[in-house]
Write a new protein. Structure first.
Length: 203
């Protein structure tokens, strides 16, 4: 809290500076410092090569779907520009290795299209989170979608209405990508399946 804001709060609350520091100012500053530290730690340590979360994979597959499907090669500048436009991916922009890895994904995908082979010969992230499996197996992207949806609704005790479910999809930076890809009906059915499984308990 800045000195000016602190003085205004003290005057409003009619507190001495020492009492204000002891009761709320230091706590606010400590909380903000902790939040800033966690953000910087994620930027520096949490998003290195090979550490993509399921959320990252879902958003990357959505943001770059058209370019990858069309086999369009993007420059690092173009990849970075698209990442900046997305609320989830923009935090990854400072990591040059991360940007380069995302830029390389469509190149790897084109290699698979021109040299089809067993999916098991490829890294699960480099290929299967982006490309549709020609062998008829479930797409890894679908697996990521289902896992992300389950994680997002894990703390929700009761099955929400369709309206509330779609509102959550629309507001969430990651779920919104799944909603645009799958549509409202399919997303709602996936959530219903998750709650049916929760109600049934362990197999």
């Amino acid at each position: 809290m800045s000195p000016t804001k602190k003085r205004l709060v003290n005057q409003h609350m009619k507190h001495k500076e020492s009492m204000a520091d002891r009761n709320y100012v230091l706590q606010v500053n400590a909380k903000r410092s902790a939040e800033a530290h966690n953000i910087m730690k994620d930027i520096i340590h949490g998003f290195g090569p090979g550490k993509e979360s399921k959320d990252d994979k879902v958003v990357i597959a959505s943001i770059f779907h058209d370019e990858i499907t069309a086999g369009k090669l993007l420059t690092l500048f173009e990849v970075r520009a698209k990442m900046r436009l997305d609320l989830h991916l923009r935090i990854l922009v400072p990591n040059q290795d991360k940007v380069k890895k995302i830029a390389d994904l469509n190149v790897v995908h084109q290699t698979q299209l021109s040299n089809p082979t067993n999916d098991d010969d490829y890294d699960a992230y480099d290929i299967n989170t982006i490309a549709t499996s020609s062998s008829g197996r479930r797409r890894q992207g679908d697996v990521n979608d289902a896992s992300v949806i389950e994680d997002k609704f894990m703390s929700t005790a009761k099955m929400p209405s369709k309206k509330d479910t779609l509102k959550m999809f629309d507001k969430d930076h990651v779920l919104s990508h799944i909603l645009r890809k799958e549509g409202s009906t399919r997303c709602y059915e996936k959530v219903k399946s998750i709650f049916k499984k929760k109600a049934a308990g362990p197999a």
